[in-house]
Design a protein around this ligand. Structure first.
Ligand code: SF4
Length: 479
């Protein structure tokens, strides 16, 4: 049976070039890490921790444990629950463990690049897992290759392993320090040997990284929602440039670099982190609600219902509704159980693929003026698609409000973004974007409004807004 497309809602080959439509035209989260020291069930804690970090990476998952004399590890492509089916966890003995969920932002997608990466080095075994991206990895890699290093993966994390292996220092923490002083970028690193766990955060603190406790055990995670999943208590966030070392002598706080101007990724607040996570004691849901309130004060328009694009924009939609008195409604529903969507042979089936993922609730929006809250506009194709879904379902007006400033610049710190030319806000003015996405009105939250919503003093608690204002906190490649 063939379908004739009379009036396609969207055109062009933007289906992320054949990738899973779940992620079409959306920023991709970077990765998630989870570490345990001093708990007999390190692998199970890591499993549950990674499960709650699954939103940060769905391509591969892995856990490496140490029983004090040797490593046990398993990595695989796919979700955490798929990777560790068939009792694989039972093979991962030991009280120290590190785990990782990955979406490849550098290096190819493939089992070789799945983390934790495990190496032999002169002092024994070493496992590494990281969240982030090293901007100077290509040049370091080239230098190391000239010196004779042979790389097993295309992941920039391996560069750090080689730097450690080449260090003249005897103690791992000294070798790690020396290695981290040579890299630039965003990273939350976990290093593990048979007896030791080291956690380190980049000098700008670009990525979130928290330490917690469960009984006598120390835990580390990219997001505090993983602590809740295992019943642990958050102690504090790591400081920029800090490294924490835990071994049989206890826990020591040290640093590999003086802290530089803090530059925590503001997109964590806007989009990446789970609403039940806290960053710097700020609950993400509460901050997003405040963004919605702020949007309402900056760009009120009269309407019948407010709805948010699930999941990241629901909190902001609730805030917008509370501020304006316009009722919040579930106008859009995400179907979480569609499984893998295959590359569809024609446009009509591709359209169906999108509908499988997101639906407009006709009875809620029919005949209504709708305010649709979303977290960002990347290429613009998704926004157009969702606006049209609401119109097809009977909305008489669709007003789009975005909880971030226009996304104009690519990220070099572990967030997969299209090139600058593909970012609609880099090429078009707001009115042109409004026309492109077929909205009745469009407004982006101001950067001042965003800062106010997050509620931190940016002078003392600096943040990265480079994808909005191009002020990158480190040297970056020209783009
Ligand atoms: S450039 Fe944007 S996405 Fe990247 S770290 Fe900075 S704020 Fe986050």
């Amino acid at each position: 049976m063939s379908y004739e497309i009379k009036d396609p809602l969207w055109t062009g080959n933007y289906y992320n070039e054949g990738m899973d439509p779940e992620v079409f035209d959306k920023l991709k989260e970077e990765c998630g890490v989870f570490g345990v020291f001093g708990h007999a069930e390190a692998s199970f804690l890591s499993y549950y921790g990674l499960h709650s970090l699954q939103h940060r990476g769905q391509e591969s998952a892995g856990i490496c444990t140490s029983d004090g004399s040797q490593f046990h590890y398993h990595r695989g492509m796919g979700l955490v629950k798929e990777t560790f089916e068939n009792d694989k966890l039972l093979d991962l003995a030991g009280s120290i463990g590190i785990g990782h969920v990955r979406y490849s932002t550098s290096g190819e997608s493939g089992i070789n690049n799945a983390q934790p990466l495990v190496f032999k080095y002169k002092e024994g075994d070493l496992a590494l897992a990281t969240n982030g991206n090293l901007v100077n990895a290509p040049e370091l890699r080239k230098k190391l290759e000239q010196l004779g290093s042979i790389f097993q993966t295309s992941s920039d994390t391996e560069v750090v392993a080689h730097l450690i292996a080449r260090s003249k220092h005897e103690k791992l923490e000294d070798a790690v320090k020396e290695a981290l002083q040579q890299v630039e970028g965003a990273f939350a690193f976990l290093f593990m040997t048979q007896h030791k766990l080291i956690a380190a955060l980049d000098p700008h603190g670009l990525r979130p990284f928290s330490m917690g406790k469960l009984g006598d055990a120390f835990l580390f995670t990219s997001e505090t929602c993983a602590f809740d999943a295992v019943g642990a208590t958050a102690i504090r966030d790591l400081n920029p440039g800090e490294m924490i070392i835990i071994d049989e002598n206890g826990m020591r706080e040290d640093r590999f670099s003086e802290p530089k101007q803090r530059a925590l990724c503001s997109m964590e607040y806007i989009y990446f982190a789970r609403p039940d996570s806290d960053i710097e004691n700020n609950n993400i849901h509460t901050v997003r609600k405040q963004m919605g309130r702020q949007l309402a004060t900056e760009a009120f328009t009269d309407a019948d219902v407010v709805t948010g694009v699930p999941d990241s924009s629901i909190s902001a939609a609730i805030g917008f509704a509370e501020q304006t008195g316009i009722p919040y409604e579930l106008g859009l529903i995400k179907n979480r159980y569609t499984g893998r969507t295959f590359i569809q042979p024609n446009q009509e089936l591709r359209e169906q693929g999108v509908k499988m993922k997101l639906s407009a609730v006709g009875k809620v929006v029919e005949g209504k003026r709708v305010i649709m809250i979303d977290d960002s506009i990347v290429r613009g194709t998704t926004s157009k698609r969702i606006v049209n879904l609401l119109r097809e379902a009977g909305a008489t007006e669709v007003h789009v409000r975005i909880t971030s400033p226009p996304f104009q610049n690519p990220c070099f710190y572990g967030i997969d973004t299209p090139s600058r030319e593909e970012l609609i806000a880099s090429a078009k003015k707001v009115e042109e974007i409004r026309q492109t996405i077929n909205a009745d009105s469009l407004y982006f939250l101001s950067q001042e409004g965003l800062v106010k919503s997050i509620g931190k003093n940016v002078e003392t608690h600096g943040m990265c807004f480079a994808c909005f204002d191009e002020k990158y906190p480190t040297n970056v490649p020209s783009c």
